[in-house]
Structure formats: structure tokens, C-alpha cells
Design a protein. Structure first.
Length: 277
């Protein structure tokens, strides 16, 4: 019998790992760590977490190369094929390293339930007879905590969407607050909402964390430029942002020309804990 644990680990800061996550990691027989050729820093963070949590534990840690999603063709079809390929990788690693069954864990950025496909991929894994999900801190929680803002306006909904959907459909109808994830193209620049506010953050919880905030008309170009520079320096970027229009934006710390703290460029960030790149 294979027991599969999907463990939310936040955004890479070991201090954000829950005690439940630590306990499940130490109870696992095997932890699988995916390698991405263009994001070596991400597996370094996972290695650091394992080194800190698993000291003295019998858990084995095995790395594998994550399949690459096709960039050409239908997006949803490419995602389906990619998920199938990842499930096949998991199955091969489990068959090799746990041939008699046992407990295997995967470390998932943020929380496995929010804009992450690990749970969907797990359903393809026929060998897993039991799947457990351990929640983690999400990038949206860290974004709001870092900027010291509430996620929602009083009594109002928040739409959580992707950069692709925001670019294609514009500001979602019926929502004055919009949280945007997976935006590689700065879709906020396509909006005709100059008085809306934006709270943006990249590498949240990491040593090279970067944030910006202000009225969209004032800070959009600066975010685009800073994001491009950070990506050039690190070779990759993970960012998220919250948009809000209407209401008392001044009461939430946004005034014309005002931006959040710690906005100086960081071309040479300090090293990550544990020797990460």
C-alpha cells in the first residue's frame, strides 16, 4: 500500500512550515524532490527544508527531473499531457524506491489546494491507495502580511484568478478586489483602472523578497521594470499581487505617489539560509 502525503511548505521560508508538516515529513519513508533545469534555487530551498526537518529521521530523500510542459499548441491539452508525464515520473520513483509500499511525501509550494495541480496529479497515481493533504501558508497570505493589509474589503468578495484570465477578460465583473497569480506577463498593465491600488510581491518569505504598492497609474511601470530586473538576476521569479478599486484606499495606506517599504532595488540579495544559490 502506498500512502501519499502532499505537504504545503509555504514559499520557501523554513520558519513558515507548520508543525503538522514537519511531523508528516519525518513520518515519511520517502520524500520526492523535483528538479527544474531553469530553477535550481527552488530545489535548494527544498533541500534546506529537508536538512533542517529530517535531522535524525530515517526518511530517504530522492530527487527526480520534472518533465517540461510543451509551450506550443492548446494550453489545456498541454497541461493534461504534462500532468500525465509527472504522474508517470512519481510512479516510476515509487516503484523503484518503495517496491513493497510505504509512505511517500511531496513538498508543495504554498498550499496544495490553491492554484497548484499536485492534488489533480495525485488522482492519476493508481498506486496511491491513500492521499493526505497537509495545508501550508499561501503566497496570498504572505502578500497581505508583508504589506500589512486585509485580504478583502469589509463584507466584500475577492476574485482569485490568473494573469492569463485577467489579460483576456479584463477586470472581473462583480469584484472590487482581485488577487492574481501565475502572471508572467504583467497583465495589470492592460487594465484601464488608473485609480485602482496594487500590492505586489515577489519571492515572498525568501531572502530576496521584493515588494511594491501604490496606485496602479503610479507604480505599474516600476513593477514591470523591477520584475524584469529581478528575473534577470535570479533567472526565475515567483510573484503575486492584489488589486483593489473603490472604497477608502487611503485608509488602507495607499495615497497618490506613496509606495510600500523596502522598495530599493536588490541586484545582489543576501544568500539563502543553508547555502542556497
Amino acid at each position: 500500500m502506498i500512502h501519499l502525503d502532499l505537504i504545503g511548505i509555504g514559499t520557501g521560508n523554513p520558519d513558515h512550515l507548520t508543525r503538522a508538516a514537519e511531523a508528516v515529513m519525518r513520518a515519511a519513508d520517502l520524500i520526492l524532490l523535483p528538479r527544474k533545469a531553469d530553477k535550481a534555487e527552488l530545489i535548494d530551498l527544498r533541500r534546506d527544508i529537508c536538512a533542517q526537518v529530517l535531522a535524525g529521521a530515517a526518511t530517504r530523500v530522492v530527487e527526480f527531473d520534472l518533465p517540461v510542459r510543451a509551450g506550443e499548441g492548446d494550453y489545456l491539452d498541454n497541461v493534461e499531457r504534462w500532468h500525465d508525464a509527472i504522474a508517470e515520473c512519481w510512479a516510476a520513483q515509487i516503484a523503484e524506491h518503495l517496491p513493497d509500499g510505504g509512505r511517500v511525501a511531496l513538498l508543495v509550494w504554498g498550499d496544495p489546494s490553491l492554484y497548484d495541480s499536485t492534488i489533480r496529479i495525485a488522482r492519476r497515481l493508481i498506486a496511491a491507495e491513500r492521499v493526505t493533504v497537509v495545508p501550508g501558508i499561501t503566497s496570498l497570505q504572505l502578500l497581505c502580511a508583508t504589506h500589512a493589509i486585509p485580504f478583502n474589503a469589509v463584507g466584500a468578495p475577492v476574485m482569485v484568478t490568473t494573469g492569463r484570465r485577467l489579460r483576456e477578460g479584463g477586470w472581473p465583473e462583480g469584484a472590487d478586489s482581485v488577487a492574481v497569480m501565475l502572471d508572467g506577463g504583467c497583465a495589470f498593465t492592460t487594465l484601464d483602472q488608473p485609480d485602482a491600488a496594487i500590492w505586489w510581491g515577489a519571492y515572498l518569505g525568501m531572502a530576496q523578497e521584493a515588494i511594491e504598492a501604490g496606485r496602479l497609474a503610479d507604480v505599474a511601470e516600476r513593477i514591470v521594470a523591477r520584475r524584469a530586473e529581478l528575473r534577470r538576476v535570479h533567472g526565475w521569479i515567483m510573484d503575486v499581487y492584489l488589486l483593489r478599486r473603490g472604497g477608502d484606499l487611503v485608509g488602507e495606506g495607499i495615497a497618490p505617489g506613496r509606495v510600500a517599504r523596502d522598495l530599493a532595488p536588490t541586484p545582489n540579495p543576501p544568500p539563502l539560509p543553508g547555502g542556497g544559490a
